[in-house]
Design a binder for this molecule. Structure first.
Ligand code: SF4
Length: 66
């Protein structure tokens, strides 16, 4: 999995960190960021849920090949 957070779009609502706290966290400014070592989302089943929960669709989850 590959996770993209569009920080130009993110409004710091924090829904992603609430929904998938094992993948997302919030930086000092309140914007979404990935936890260290979680750039690929691990295998968190909450990942897609978090992407859906984002009110501004700032999170893109895509399959990586290979
Ligand atoms: S849910 Fe969306 S808007 Fe809110 S912090 Fe996460 S990426 Fe940003």
């Amino acid at each position: 999995m590959h996770i993209d957070i569009d920080k130009d779009v993110c409004i710091g609502a924090g829904q992603c960190a609430l929904t998938a706290p094992d993948v997302f966290t919030q930086d000092d400014d309140g914007y979404s960021t990935l936890l260290p070592g979680r750039a690929d989302g691990g295998d968190s089943p909450l990942l897609r849920e978090a992407a859906r929960a984002c009110p501004v669709s700032a999170i893109t989850v895509s399959h990586t090949v290979g």
